[in-house]
Ligand binder design. Structure first.
Ligand code: PGA
Length: 258
């Protein structure tokens, strides 16, 4: 009898736009409207936008009833409380969000967020019924010092601590030196890091959970490089910053293979 190797699990491609601190309500509406008309019909990939908090309600209205989903760019772990300037995962759920980015490198670097804090954000996001997009990635100095894998290992261990393997999370590998710099990791560099992340995840949560885990690449993803990144076996999607602010460029990235 022929022994068949187990089938490669299908991971649905996942492309998310991180709008960062861009777009007024009117501009956000226009962008969401344009994306809906270009991307609504695509059912073989998940398309998500993460507008600034101020534009979430307007974007939710524009995308209601479409195949596109929306999420927050950060989420507090408490349901409510005296946390001036923060927004809870529960409030995001109230706006119909499906996702929340947590641990973005700008939160880590500019606002001093630690792995411990990001871990709380991840748990709070899950408790509110949302899927966290947990970002990890090394700085240029860490890469040059040969510490890339040690950093990724620590971030995975500490940011995801206590995760129930049955819970769904999305991980985004975003090398800090590639974010907003135009300097993308090569597909080989990214694949190597993604394979490492999957291996670490398998060690912590078991091979089936690791096979199902979607790992996004982020850092200067553009229409002309998305296809080559997405072709890599362990790259399941993209977290797009600058190029997600324009209907044409984000649509091209989402339609990378069409
Ligand atoms: P970028 O940003 O695509 O502008 O490099 C990616 C991110 O910060 O998520």
């Amino acid at each position: 009898m022929l022994l068949k190797s187990p089938p490669t699990p299908m991971r649905k491609p996942f492309i998310a736009g991180n709008w960062k601190m861009y777009k007024t309500i009117a501009d956000a509406r226009a962008l969401a409207h344009g994306l809906r008309s270009k991307l609504d019909a695509l059912s073989d990939r998940d398309v998500v936008v993460c507008p600034p908090f101020t534009a979430l309600a307007a974007v939710a209205q524009e995308l209601q009833g479409s195949s596109l989903r929306w999420g927050g760019q950060n989420a507090h772990w408490e349901r409510e409380g005296a946390f001036t300037g923060d927004i809870s995962a529960h409030m995001l759920a109230d706006l119909g969000c499906t996702y929340a980015i947590v641990g973005h490198s700008e939160r880590r670097q500019v606002f001093g967020e630690t792995d411990a804090m990001i871990n709380k954000r991840m748990h709070g996001t899950l408790a509110a019924g949302l899927t966290p997009i947990v970002c990890i990635g090394e700085t240029l100095a860490e890469r040059e010092a040969g510490k890339t894998y040690a950093v990724l290992e620590r971030q995975i261990k500490e940011s995801l601590a206590g995760l129930n393997p049955a819970s769904t999370v999305v991980v985004a590998y975003e090398p800090v030196w590639a974010i907003g710099t135009g300097q993308t990791a090569t597909p080989d560099q990214a694949q190597e890091a993604h394979a490492f992340v999957r291996k670490q995840y398998a060690g912590a949560y078991g091979p089936p959970a690791a096979q199902a885990l979607r790992i996004l690449y982020g850092g200067s993803v553009k229409p002309d490089n998305s296809k080559f990144l997405m072709e890599q076996p362990d790259i399941d999607g993209a977290l797009v910053g600058g190029a997600s602010l324009d209907v044409e460029s984000f649509s091209k990235i989402v339609r990378y293979n069409l």
